[in-house]
Design a protein around this ligand. Structure first.
Ligand SMILES: Nc1ncnc2c1ncn2[C@@H]1O[C@H](COP(=O)(O)OP(=O)(O)OP(=O)(O)O)[C@@H](O)[C@H]1O
Ligand SMILES: [Mg+2]
Ligand SMILES: [Zn+2]
Length: 424
């Protein structure tokens, strides 16, 4: 630190004084050396805020020479060519200076856009004058200016790193949450699919059990019918023919002719019974000709067995337009719906329509019978097997079954199957 040297005449001092002065001089040099070794700009300012002493850092920072800046104000030192009346640094320095001169140490930081440096400015009072009245206070102070640019740059870089790290963590967390959610959805979807599969397995098992039961019932019914109607009719025919033989052997007992006529009548009835039974079995025609022809045939047979009901048949679908996988189901549905008409409706007319429109095959069966009370619809629906079987057959083959019945108006059923484009 450069000192304003006071020239003291050696002749006026005794030896002791000279020793003391020497020691003081040495201490000053040591302190100067220490101050010069600091990385910060250190200056001592007088009560008017003018630089009295300054360390060599002023030269490293290219602000001037140690001797050249003595007597300058701090703003003129740090902002050599600044004439800005609004200069923020000048204002900061004035504020800090007035505080420190009232004995209050203080500090602030300033970013200098010209030199692109961050300065930390620290103001320290020289004496402990804080408690003294203003007039007698030592108003000198030390200003230490440290270049904290590197520190700030590091802090900013650190902040940036932190926030980029944070956003990366956030991104990763979000990605993880997303894949977690996807995974959970997938698990749920699979569970659902499994449940549905199990349910449809159960449905299928139930359906096949019902089909077997229905088959058994059908066989029992045929056996019963063969026994009761055909068997008895044939017994009656046999008896009638035997009587005719006796009458022919002994004409005195009467004419055989009416008895034979009766036998013919009974045989006719028996043939009708056989026809009714066979009609309800799987017709060979289904395999030979196809579903459309088989259904047309069934309707014809049906109207012969039930002459009281006029059947209006409109089968416009071609045999080739009804895929083999659903042929039997279409046929059985017509069978069941017409049997229901005969069993329950007391209808005069029934309409059967089967048509194909693009990929849709539709069946419509309705009658003008007694229909059903709406309140009775549900329980009856549950009790009967026929309609439930139709619904299951439809669902099993990708079709949809709709049923409606109005008391005294009639009953109407529709089934629609959607075919695959290449299905015919
Ligand atoms: N065309 C119809 N007219 C009036 N009622 C009907 C008609 N079709 C069905 N029903 C009513 O709906 C009920 C259920 O029919 P469904 O075919 O399921 O059973 P079912 O014919 O009684 O017995 P199953 O068909 O098992 O021999 C019938 O009992 C009947 O009361
Ligand atoms: Mg039925
Ligand atoms: Zn300035």
């Amino acid at each position: 630190m450069a000192l304003k040297k006071k020239t003291v005449s050696a002749t006026t001092l005794n030896a002791n004084d000279q020793d003391r002065l020497g020691a003081i001089e040495r201490a000053k040099h040591e302190w100067e050396g220490t101050a010069d070794a600091l990385p910060a700009l250190v200056c001592l300012l007088n009560d008017k805020g003018l630089i009295v002493r300054i360390n060599r850092v002023v030269e490293h920072w290219h602000l001037g020479t140690v001797g050249g800046v003595i007597g300058r104000e701090s703003h003129a030192l740090l902002h050599p060519n600044c004439h800005d009346p609004q200069c923020e640094l000048a204002r900061g320095l004035r504020r800090a200076q007035s505080k420190v001169q009232r004995g209050k140490p203080n500090e602030f930081e300033f970013y200098d856009s010209l030199s692109e440096q961050n300065w930390h400015l620290n103001f320290r009072p020289i004496g402990s004058g804080e408690n003294l009245p203003l007039a007698v206070r030592d108003r000198r102070f030390v200003l230490v200016v440290a270049d904290v640019s590197a520190l700030r740059r590091t802090q900013i870089a650190l902040q940036r790193l932190n926030s980029s790290l944070e956003s990366r963590v956030q991104l990763r967390t979000r990605a993880l949450a997303d894949s977690n959610r996807d995974l959970r959805n997938e698990v749920a979807r699979r569970e659902r699919a499994e449940l549905e599969l199990r349910a449809s397995h159960n449905d299928l098992a139930l359906l096949s059990e019902q089909l077997i039961q229905a088959q058994e019932r059908e066989r029992r019914r045929i056996a019963l019918e063969l026994h009761d109607s055909v068997g008895q009719s044939l017994s009656a025919v046999k008896y009638t023919l035997e009587r005719a033989v006796i009458l022919m052997q002994r004409p005195a007992l009467g004419s055989a002719e009416p008895v034979l006529a009766l036998a013919v009548q009974r045989l006719y009835e028996t043939a009708e019974s056989i026809r009714a039974i066979s009609m309800n079995l799987r017709p060979q025609m289904l395999d030979d000709l196809g579903a459309a022809s088989a259904i047309a045939w069934f309707c014809r047979e049906f109207s012969e067995v039930y002459p009281a009901i006029t059947i209006h048949v409109d089968v416009s679908a071609e045999n080739t337009e009804i895929p083999e996988r659903i042929a039997i189901h279409v046929f059985r549905s017509v069978q069941e719906l017409l049997n229901n008409v005969a069993k329950h409706s007391k209808a005069k007319n029934a309409w059967v329509r089967l048509w194909r429109d693009g990929v849709t095959l539709s069946l419509d069966v309705h009658d003008d019978g007694v229909g059903m009370d709406q309140s009775a619809t549900t329980p009856n629906f549950l009790h009967g097997t026929g309609l439930r079987n139709i619904r299951e057959r439809a669902e099993m083959t990708g079709g949809q079954f709709a049923y409606s019945s109005i008391a005294e108006k009639g009953t109407s059923s529709q089934i629609q199957w959607q075919m695959a484009i290449d299905e015919n």
